[in-house]
Design a protein around this ligand. Sequence first.
Ligand code: BTN
Length: 270
Amino acid sequence: MTAHTLASESMQPIQTLMASWDPHAHAEHVSVIDSSNTELMRRARQGDNRTCLLLADEQTAGRGRLGRQWQGQPGDALTFSLGLSLSPTDWSGLSLAVGCCLADALDPSYDKNIGLKWPNDLLLGNWTHPRKLGGILIETVVKQGAQEASRYVVIGIGLNLSAPPVGEYRSTPAGLREVSGEQLTTVDVLQAVLPGLLKGLKHFERAGFAVFQQAFERRDVLSGQALQLSDGTRGTSLGVNTHGVLQVQTEHGQLQVSSDEVSVLPMEAT
Ligand code: BTN
């Protein structure tokens, strides 16, 4: 146990929030794990489909999108996964909806300049100087015997409280303490984001991404910006549609970008 390890009583408010949302839901806290997403996915594949929030002080094999690593120092990053069954009619745009819930909870007055970058990043600042604050990794398991729309989904969230060293990341990272005060703890942040996240997931299940589209637009750092896709295609972002699909204007016409395999980069200088 490190000095940063949470006391178990710190989890009580989180347990209470989870139970008020679903009486069968529970929260767990571990000091070290390979990855909170990997653990909930492992359990789900073994048939454990319970609603669970798993908070980890430290991950030894934290994962990001596109097979990237996610690194966070204990006490300096909030790392947790929420596993639950969801049955939306349309799954598209879930990571964007989660991003809206997090950003709205952390920056309700828009004065902290927390933005969202399609499809799963929280940023501080703008597209000219994007600094990554956090990311979302969503994975699903099809439940055996369930109707097709119902899946167990694991929503993994990593948020920097203090910016990790620059060298480990493609772009300069940022930390929430810069805008919310040096005293901020991981449990403070979890308590701040969890109610909105749980409410937002119910909303998403009922109405899909369309009800989050405006909220996303308000924080969309790509909108109107020149960008380059990981396959080299260049264009200008026209924002996202009601399914969370990124619209890109290229010289050959409008592209709809929904692939999970695509990343969006600032335009390289020519
Ligand atoms: C990304 O930026 O590509 C997504 C990062 C997601 C990191 C979180 S930390 C908690 C959960 N467990 C993981 O291994 N990854 C997610």
